[in-house]
Ligand binder design. Sequence first.
Ligand code: ADP
Ligand code: MG
Length: 352
Amino acid sequence: DEPPQETEIRQLDEDTVARIAAGEVVERPASAVKELVENSLDADADSVDVTVEEGGTELIRVADDGRGMGEADVRAAVREHTTSKIDGLEDLESGVATLGFRGEALHTIGSVSRVTICSRPRGDAGAGTELVYEGGEVTGVEPTGCPEGTIVEVEDLFYNTPARRKFLKTTATEFAHVNRVVTRYALANPDVAVSLTHDGREVFATTGQGDLQAAVMAVYGREVASAMIPVEAEGDDLPPGPLESVSGLVSHPETNRSSPEYLATYVNGRAVTADAVREGIMGAYGAQLGGDRYPFVTLFLEVPGEAVDVNVHPRKREVRFDDDDSVRRQVDAAVESALLEHGLLRSRAPRG
Ligand code: ADP
Ligand code: MG
């Protein structure tokens, strides 16, 4: 063996590595909210209540009535790379049904904040477990009265990463991101009662008993809901391409906004964006929308797993299809025929 030589290259300590990794998973409060809501949905919750303070920078609380966790599970949940959702790569290749599977969210959120988990398994007669995890360490575990299900509180996000904290935007902007995340899950899960409260004010609450139309009403209000028409195209209704079906609700052209933020699109149940999908939607409305105006859209696309890669990186919201052109045409055709059927297009625009 060579004798050790002087070098400038050194190994970072674990704590530093963890905080760098955390910065990639948790960019802002909305990213933590996304992870926690996904965990609640994966736990089969019928209700998910999200409460945030100051845009989520001071407090994020996600309470669900899902499966819950016993003490051993709560302890395991915050460890690095711990998940109950997959066993190995084989499971990934056969397609994952759960929203999470990397087993890193709770661990990393807890390395840049103070996390308190209160959980009790469904139907368990015991009290429940409260675990406090801060700066990457478990600082307390005790039996505590918890409702069935799980409550996760995240306080003082980025308290130990001042640079990241400094880059947070205003409360209004951070809350807008949180709102968009929770809205997307509420629309995709009309059978789950999802609520969002900001600084003590309830922003919306879905009943969990309704269909998509009811969820749109709860989230966007009566006026928008009454301007929505159904899109329902599958198989031979669609031009050739990878999409098996396109369904959901789209607004009358005159019910529009100046931001694309209300285009909520899902591929195989995951909230994602794709240029081809957006272009297909906008193409269908064509000149019916003024420049830089966007409709309200909640659209679910089903595609065989091999035509799209959504699982590789769950944090990436942007997906690509093998065949973007066909996807664009399929979405365009599905939305256009819904608009035509409702007499909402003046004429069929020539397209090339
Ligand atoms: P992942 O979701 O990728 O598995 P997480 O760090 O988000 O990783 O969660 C780790 C584990 O903790 C999950 O696999 C799950 O078993 C458990 N868990 C997390 N949140 C909840 C919850 N709200 N209800 C029940 N179990 C949960
Ligand atoms: Mg998760």
